[in-house]
Design a protein around this ligand. Structure first.
Ligand code: ATP
Ligand code: MG
Length: 188
């Protein structure tokens, strides 16, 4: 235990860099977007300024959408279209994705914003609704102390490469598979 403590103390001492980081939450398990929203709560506790951009916003409003709408430190941009794979109009979806990305770019250029959440961004890149190179450049060019959280299944190599913290959530069980409806406060 003593040796272990010394080792951990040294690692804490070495962790002396202070800068904005990129957190990537991917994989098929539940907990990506809700974890991002948990970090938003943490940031708000410190009176930080937060921007939430939701790509692929579902038809269903979530509890956090309702809650954060009342928070003066949170600004939001929602891609105003349903699920991309449901719609047949790729051109329309691309247009909406581009419009939403324009707002995201503004947040990424604003050094008064401490945390930017890019929820479900992975799909925009995987389905080529947004140009990956421009997205990556804008993220890398953000203010030095701004944190980014990216969520979505199947994150590509380039997102993994630029991220500082990467968690892959694994799907072991999900209530939905036992025919349990999406539950308020848990799923939405
Ligand atoms: P959450 O927002 O709950 O953290 P998520 O962001 O990890 O979920 P998404 O792929 O964005 O997952 O899906 C969002 C919705 O789908 C939520 O209602 C969530 O409970 C549900 N969901 C997530 N993972 C699974 C799964 N493996 N099987 C079935 N439904 C799932
Ligand atoms: Mg999600």
């Amino acid at each position: 235990m003593q040796r272990k403590k010394a080792h951990i103390d040294l690692r804490i001492e070495n962790a002396n860099i202070n800068r904005g980081i990129i957190v990537l939450l991917t994989g098929n398990g539940k907990g990506k977007s809700s974890s991002a929203m948990g970090m938003v709560c943490r940031a708000l506790g410190y009176d930080m300024q937060v921007a939430i951009v939701k790509f692929l916003k579902g038809v269903q409003e979530t509890g956090e959408d309702i809650f954060f709408a009342q928070q003066s430190n949170v600004r939001t941009a929602f891609m105003q279209t349903g699920f991309t794979w449901d719609t047949q109009d790729r051109q329309y979806d691309s247009k909406k994705a581009a419009e939403t990305w324009l707002v995201a770019e503004k947040y990424l250029a604003d050094d008064s914003i401490n945390l930017v959440v890019l929820d479900e961004l992975t799909y925009m890149l995987n389905y080529k609704y947004l140009d990956e190179k421009s997205v990556i450049s804008a993220i890398l060019a953000r203010p030095k102390n701004q944190h980014i959280i990216i969520t979505g299944r199947a994150a590509g190599e380039s997102l993994i490469k630029i991220s500082d913290t990467v968690s892959i959530l694994k799907d072991q069980k999900h209530a939905f598979k036992a025919n349990i409806k999406a539950q308020k406060g848990i799923d939405l």
